[in-house]
Design a protein around this ligand. Structure first.
Ligand SMILES: O=C(CO)[C@H](O)[C@H](O)COP(=O)(O)O
Ligand SMILES: [Fe+2]
Length: 232
């Protein structure tokens, strides 16, 4: 069997950082070893909270030209924001399938045409098999490990069954976890087969964010290695 190309990537979420210092906080996370930035966009409708939209992302891009930006679109109309986010320098557009069941493939197409990667996100209550019909049109699947809307919530361990199922079905797929992920929960994510790790509070609030990122990366890499050994 061919060697898997999967690598571990750590993408801190800036959600619970001091957003008045977004540029400096983002820089601090990248300097601490982050592979990408996970930018949580909320519209106050799909989730009961508001954060920021494409104007802020565009300003951040003007200060940080090289980093990979993923926007986690917690919005009711994902199609509406594809072009503005592409124009703002976003690299990956991760949107929830729940509010747009009929148009998921249209959104995937539009995201790719706009030059971004496609991420498909699932809320905790959404069955993982719902993503099967779209997975060929996506670059990544995000399994939410909290109810979307707020940082600092408790990690839902039972979501690891979804990650495990996805990893069995799609050995090469990028699988992301988001919500309550940190040093205490990373082993469960890694063992289940996640390779893209979003971590907000645990990294932002750490005395040594570099050490936290590095420890999470080591844990995921050793699980990826074990998965690869098993399949070869
Ligand atoms: O999408 C999110 C919430 O909807 C955030 O990305 C997530 O909660 C990260 O923060 P934390 O690690 O503090 O849970
Ligand atoms: Fe998120």
């Amino acid at each position: 069997m061919a060697k898997s190309k999967l690598t571990c990537k750590i993408g801190p979420s800036v959600l619970n950082s001091d957003l008045s210092e977004l540029h400096h906080e983002s820089r601090r996370l990248l300097d601490s070893g982050a592979d990408y930035l996970h930018l949580d966009v909320m519209d106050g409708h799909f989730v009961p909270n508001l954060t920021f939209g494409h104007p802020v992302v565009k300003c951040l891009r003007s200060k940080i030209d090289k980093a990979f930006f993923e926007t986690h679109m917690m919005v009711s109309n994902p199609m509406q924001w594809v072009e503005p986010m592409a124009d703002s320098g976003v690299n990956q557009y991760t949107f929830h399938i729940e509010p747009c069941q009929e148009t998921v493939l249209d959104v995937c197409r539009k995201v790719r045409e706009s030059g971004m990667k496609v991420g498909l996100a699932l809320k905790p209550g959404t069955d993982v098999t719902a993503v099967e019909q779209y997975v060929d049109h996506a670059d990544m699947v995000l399994i939410m490990t909290v109810e979307p809307g707020f940082g600092g919530q408790k990690f839902m361990t039972d979501m690891m069954n979804k990650v495990r199922w996805l990893r069995q079905q799609y050995p090469e797929l990028d699988i992301e976890v988001d919500g309550g992920v940190g040093p205490a929960t990373i082993a469960a994510c890694a063992e289940a087969g996640a390779n893209m790790i979003v971590s907000g509070t645990a990294v932002i609030g750490a005395k040594d964010p570099k050490a936290v990122i590095s420890q999470m990366r080591d844990t995921v890499n050793s699980s990826l290695q074990q998965l690869q050994n098993k399949s070869s």
